[in-house]
Design a protein around this ligand. Structure first.
Ligand code: FE2
Length: 136
């Protein structure tokens, strides 16, 4: 199965270097998880892959929230809620996959939607805010 995202592209760039670097790495992690979940049956390796993705997600979200805080972004509280929902969703997918209720493909679809809706969509609101406050 090929990922719908097909690697990093300029269209995903928000113009905030620190965040773009982290999003790029996040996308690479999704691609790796997708490939490895399907090519390996090693249960403990699967667990480790989810831990790797989960830890990076935590780091990235906190890093983004701190950046928003420094910029006095008014949408920070709402954005934090979205981050928490994604973490809950990730934990749910991890458990369902590990217990055999869903396939790797479904986990990957969840992550791809996350990337497209949140990383490219919601995070852009912050980028737009930053651009606007630089102009003022
Ligand atoms: Fe975000």
């Amino acid at each position: 199965m090929q990922s719908k995202l097909e690697g990093w592209s300029e269209k995903y760039e928000l113009g905030i270097e620190e965040i773009d670097l982290q999003h790029h790495y996040f996308l690479d992690l999704i691609a790796r998880l997708s490939k490895e979940l399907q090519s390996s049956n090693d249960h403990s390796y699967h667990k480790s892959l989810f831990i790797e993705l989960g830890l990076y997600t935590h780091f990235h979200f906190i890093s983004e929230e701190n950046l928003m805080y420094r910029a006095s972004f008014p949408g920070l509280k709402e954005h934090k809620k979205l981050h928490n929902q994604l973490i809950d969703g990730l934990n749910r997918n991890k458990l369902l996959f590990e217990d055999g209720y869903i396939q790797a493909l479904q986990v990957v679809e969840f992550l791809e939607l996350w990337f497209l809706n949140h990383t490219v969509g919601e995070d852009r609101k912050f980028a737009d805010f930053l651009k606007k406050s630089e102009q003022d």
